[in-house]
Design a protein around this ligand. Structure first.
Ligand code: BEZ
Ligand code: FE
Length: 288
């Protein structure tokens, strides 16, 4: 007879129960999961009631998920797991634009637009010109690069959060010109709270954390033969730049909105954001 399942034998017994898993990676992942989970339980020594509360919390997180709401990703975000996974998978070579969290709002296909178009189909707010170039690590222009952008409105809501707004407002897919340039018009986004009407919001409130992210515009930039980047441009001066609830801010991604004047002297607001991609063959150590 084998030894009883006990505090002493528990971890080895469960790790061993997966020993015949044919998939090496799955066996490794499960072994680590069991060792770390058991280590956590040994450290915390939860009461039976606390264990039930934990199961209740995870059940509520799952119940909140549907095709427009991903509460597990939000949980991963506020625990810093999303950004840690991102950091491990995108060990960007020096000079390449840094990545940050994708977020849960890239849920509809961005409409193809032409350079100079306005993303604001219906949203109103402070007009903003966004422009930049897509470059390689040597500074050469990447013509025909795809620049997929989306952002929140001046009240801090994405189109998919508003029933009355078409699901392509403040979204666009552009292709750079022969000089690698892209530019589009839009309205200035606001800082905003991540969806906090579910169990993740309850967790933030119980722990005296706020749900806010600083103002930003999301970009996914892809070019043939280059490593794509999922990133943001953060607007300098926005609240929460030092305290993003999902830990997504990187200093290299913050840009100031400036005022320029057209030929008639009319002022306009503009933010410049160049994106540098590394070549496929120069991908840094790491996955992805
Ligand atoms: C976002 O930037 O869209 C986002 C990221 C993480 C959680 C919620 C929203
Ligand atoms: Fe966002």
């Amino acid at each position: 007879m084998t030894a009883d399942f006990s505090e002493e034998t528990a971890t080895a017994v469960v790790v061993d129960s997966f020993a015949r898993t044919p998939d090496d990676r799955l066996r490794t992942v499960l072994g680590a999961l069991v060792r770390h989970l058991h280590g956590f339980v040994r450290e915390v020594e939860p009461t039976q009631a606390e264990w039930e509360a934990a199961i209740g919390f995870l059940t509520a997180v799952g119940a909140m998920c549907d095709d427009k709401r991903q509460e597990f990703i939000l949980l991963s975000d506020v625990l810093g797991v999303s950004m840690l996974v991102d950091a491990i998978n995108h060990r960007t070579p020096a000079g390449a634009t840094e990545s940050t969290v994708l977020g849960p709002f890239h849920v509809v296909r961005s409409p193809e637009r032409v350079l100079g178009d306005d993303l604001a189909d219906v949203s109103e707010g402070e007009p903003l010109l966004v422009r930049g170039r897509v470059l390689d690590l040597d500074g050469a222009a990447l013509a025909g690069a795809a620049v997929d952008v989306w952002h929140a409105d001046a009240e801090g809501f994405y189109d998919v959060q508003k029933d009355a707004t078409p699901d392509q407002d403040l979204r666009g897919l552009f292709h750079t010109d022969e000089d690698g340039r892209f530019w589009f018009r839009t309205v200035e986004p606001s800082h905003y709270p991540i969806p906090d009407d579910g169990p993740v919001g309850d967790l933030l409130r119980r722990t005296k954390r706020h749900p806010y992210r600083p103002a930003h515009i999301h970009l996914i930039v892809t070019a043939d033969g280059h490593v794509p980047v999922t990133t943001h441009v953060f607007l300098d001066g926005s609240p929460y730049l030092d305290d993003d609830t999902v830990f997504g801010v990187k200093r290299s991604l913050v840009r100031r909105v400036r005022t320029e004047h057209d030929a008639d002297g009319t002022p306009y607001r503009v933010v410049d954001f160049d994106v540098t991609l590394s070549g496929d063959g120069r991908r840094a150590a790491g996955r992805g």
